[in-house]
Each structure stands twice: as C-alpha cells, then as structure tokens.
Ligand binder design. Structure first.
Ligand SMILES: [Zn+2]
Length: 411
C-alpha cells in the first residue's frame, strides 16, 4: 500500500513507548524509577527514525499540567526521578528588608528561593549553618534562618562562640558592601508521601514527525503498583532480600537505543566499527548510559581457557538473575568489582499478569581483554578502583590484587 515514506500516515502519529512502569526505587530514598519498552521495536514506529523518549510529570492531577523533565530525549528505557537540591550563590546586597531599622533594630534579607537542608528530603532550613554568608569576602555567622520564608537574619549584637567561649563583635555590612549568600534550594521535588500523587507520561520523539502527541500516552503512576496483591508484593520483597544477602554488587551500562549516529557507522553493515572509541562499537555516539549500580545473583558457570592465535582467552558464560529496575537488554554491559566486563545475552523477564516485575533471568559472557569496551573511561577508572594499595609500601615492592589475600600480605 505504501510505496515510499511520503505516503506514510500523517505526521505526529508515532506511537508512544509501551509498557511504561513507575515504581518506588529499591535502593534510593525519595526516588521513583520509570521504565518503558523500546518504541523503536513497536511495529507502528518501524518506518520512523526515533531520536528518543521524552518524559513528562504532573503533580496531583492526571489531567495535567504535564511538565517535561528531561533536557535531551532519553536514549534508554530508564529514568530516575529523584529529589534534588542545588547550590545557589546569590548576591543579596540589595535584598534587605531591614538594615538595622527593623522593629528591634534587626538586619534581615530575603533570598530568591526557599532555603532547604542538605539530604534526600525536603526540609526547610532553620539553623544558621544552613547558609554561608560572606560580607566583603569575610565569612560571617548569621543569627537565624527561616528557610520556608527565604529569610535570613544577621547578628547585630556581640556574640559568644559556644566552643571557644570567645566573645566576638558583630560584623555588619556597610552601605556599599558586597554580601553573598550560599544555600541549597530544591530543584526537583519528588514527594512520596501517601497524599502526594505524581503522574507521568512518555512520548516518542522522531526526527521526521516530531513528537508523539501527549494525549496518546497512558498516564503512569506509582500508585498503579499498589494494585498488586500482597502475595506478589511479598514475592518481590523476598527476591530483593535474597539479592541483598547473596547477590553481587555490580554496575550496569545500558547500551543506547537511540542517539547521534557515529561517523564510523556503516549503512551497509548497520553497525559501527568494532574498535571505535567514540561509540565503542555501538554506532551511536557515547554508546552507553550509566553506570547504574545494581545487584545480581552470584556468577556461576565454568571458566574455560582457550588457546587462540592471540594467546590464551578466558571464556566464561553465566546464567544469572536480578530484580528490577533497570530493565536489562541484550548487549548491555555489566562491570564486576573483580574486574571483568560481561555482555548481557538473552533476557527473559519473569513478569506476572503483565505488570508485576518479579525478576529477569539472563545470561552474560565475559568480554575478552582486547575488546574496546575496556577503554570506556568508566572501565579504566573502575579497573583501578578495587586494586589493593598500601600507602607505606614502596610501589615497586608492593604485590597488588583484588582480594583480601593481597590485603593481608606482610612485607
Ligand atoms: Zn563509532
């Protein structure tokens, strides 16, 4: 029926990603994990060039207003929406409500954003240590912080340091003083209390048709998961406990689903050059997203040494399982703390009734040392991370390794 692309259905008919899922993070506080299927594998999108996925959030109402969360289209099927505070360095010289002329001679200025405390929760600042104030470059303690109201009060009377018991005179700004206030403000709010509802929508971004329409996307919410019955909730919890007790701490790099095509990409072979250091052989610039920490069942299987023309090669394939998230895909990379990089093979999800994400079973095989993946910056940094290092032993005498055996060597 369609002879060429120009006869495809009208624009913005790309289909949004399917099987979107929002759930509480297993491992991080005040974080929601959002996952979805690759929209490029949706038959309806086959003819489109997909750039990535956009994610939108609405507080309180599933009708909106939906605000886009990501700057660039997302290249993989995983997003963490987490509470974030950012540091603000603000010149408050002209933001004084009172300059010694308050009802009791107060000095009070107002910041542009509410002041919050460090941490994973939204707690407004209420201690003098929640801000750092400098007057003409001199750090000065403050008397009072009312973070929710953006108010900071200066010390106007002589004060005593409780630790040193020294008396100090107040330092107050002059007419032309430069006053800088450094504090934290909340830049992404994720409230996970029962009364805070958050809704998400996903859209597919294509280079030809723009973005799929927001109204075509299902509403996702973490409260959907509350529909599981208690047996499956318990199953998920026990599975998680097994991993925490006996699992292995690893990192996952998710191979990008979409992105800017690398210059090495061959349209004939539909892939990148194997040892390209821009895309690491994936054909998409950057190659991978991550690393994401995750737990997997202990590796098993047999290590085999093969003699090849290049020398001895270790072969190791293991059948493994892990829980969600992130969702694993074939060709993702697993970094073990013991040093090996494994590539994920076939992934078999164990889902119940289509939405209870119990676990995913997969196999993974060791990449040989000469593969370009070992040159990914994270890989080389990670390689050195777990090697023993004794500061008091000269480097040329030290015997290093990754196990406690090396830690215990006496020199
Ligand atoms: Zn490349």
């Amino acid at each position: 029926m369609f002879e060429n692309n120009s006869q495809l259905p009208p624009v913005n008919s790309a289909h949004p990603p399917r099987n979107g899922f929002v759930g509480y993070s297993h491992s991080k506080k005040n974080t929601l994990d959002i996952m979805w299927d690759n929209p490029g594998q949706d038959y309806n999108n086959k003819a489109r060039k997909i750039v990535g996925v956009n994610i939108y959030r609405s507080y309180d109402s599933e009708l909106g207003e939906y605000v886009k969360l990501n700057e660039e289209p997302l290249r993989v099927g995983y997003y963490e929406d987490k509470m974030e505070h950012t540091t603000v360095v603000e010149d408050v010289s002209t933001q004084f409500r009172y300059r010694g002329n308050g009802p009791e001679g107060e000095w009070i200025f107002y910041t542009q954003h509410p002041i919050v405390k460090k941490g994973h929760q939204l707690i407004y600042g209420n201690q003098s240590s929640d801000v750092t104030l400098t007057i003409d470059g001199v750090t000065v303690p403050v008397a009072r912080v009312v973070g929710e109201k953006c108010a900071v009060q200066l010390i106007k009377d002589p004060w005593m340091d409780k630790l040193t018991r020294n008396q100090y005179p107040p330092i107050l700004p002059k007419d032309n003083s430069v006053i800088i206030c450094t504090y934290l403000r909340n830049s992404n709010y994720v409230g996970l209390s029962r009364n805070q509802r958050m809704f998400y929508k996903l859209t597919t971004v294509t280079s030809d048709a723009g973005e799929s329409h927001l109204n075509h996307s299902d509403v996702l919410s973490q409260h959907q998961t509350e529909a599981w019955d208690y047996i499956w909730k318990e199953a998920v919890r026990r599975n998680k406990m097994i991993l925490q007790q006996g699992g292995e701490d690893c990192w996952l790099m998710i191979r990008k689903w979409f992105g800017v095509r690398c210059s090495c990409y061959s349209t004939v072979h539909q892939r990148g050059v194997v040892d390209c250091e821009t895309c690491w052989g994936t054909g998409v610039e950057g190659g991978y997203e991550g690393p994401f920490p995750f737990l997997i069942a202990p590796f098993d299987g047999e290590y085999k040494l093969d003699s090849t023309e290049q020398g001895l090669h270790t072969r190791h394939t293991s059948t493994l399982w892990t829980n969600y998230p992130p969702r694993l895909n074939t060709f993702d990379l697993i970094f073990r703390k013991s040093g090996g990089i494994y590539v994920v093979g076939y992934v078999k999800p164990a889902e119940v009734r289509g939405n209870t994400f119990l676990q995913q079973e997969f196999n993974a095989s060791l990449l040989s040392r000469d593969r370009v993946e070992h040159r990914i910056p994270f890989a080389s940094a990670h390689d050195k991370m777990f090697i023993t290092e004794k500061a008091n032993i000269p480097d040329d005498q030290e015997v290093r390794g990754r196990t406690v055996t090396f830690e215990n060597i006496n020199y």
